[in-house]
Design a protein around this ligand. Sequence first.
Ligand code: 8X3
Length: 245
Amino acid sequence: MTKTAVVTGASSGIGAATARRLAAEGFDVVAAARRRDRLDELAAEVPGIRPATLDVTSQESVDAFAAELARCDVLVNNAGGAFGLEPVASGLVDDWQRMYDVNVIGSLRMTRALLPKLIASGDGVLLMLTSVAGLVSYEGGGGYCAAKHAQTSMTETLRLELCGQPVRVVEIAPGMVHTEEFSLTRFRGDAEKAAKVYDGVPDPLTADDVADVIAFAVTRPAHVNIDRLVIRPRAQAAQHKVHRV
Ligand code: 8X3
């Protein structure tokens, strides 16, 4: 029986790389995101990927998506992102609300909608793509760190509540990953500022590096739960300790 993996935020970056990688591992992959044109391109290129339009910030969209889905063995809650880098003192309420909505409530919506199917699979894996921002705080990260801390806490709670059910709850927390959009979104489209984040860093992680550990985590035997895996580039010893050349 081919297993079905749902990946949210699959139109770019870590989500797209994860969809590709899980398809290569033999999963029937449902690549879900708002930008359908990108998903169609991905699906046309990679056998084993099915595109699905999904906005995790809309309950209606999540309900329609779940109603169409026959089974789900793996859910990768990847949709998320950072908006703005203002200090807390001048944090924008709209940014904070959007970050909470997509990273936290979006994961809640998807978890509620697909958990019955994960349980019914007999060996479900619910994977949360959090961030090192869910484990530490840093200046300017206020709203994003708060949202990611919430998502981390939600993951821990879920693992406790599902103990005894045939569902593993996995958290993957990446540090510096150079994707085409993460930093650009954070800096509201300012490409120069976005690129500066990675200036001189010999080898930031790529989306494929993260997809690799996601594939590892979801392909362990059913009794093996990778609770949390933190992945950073060698050049980033900590949030404030980055080697640049
Ligand atoms: C992204 C990693 O360091 O920008 O989730 O918070 S960081």
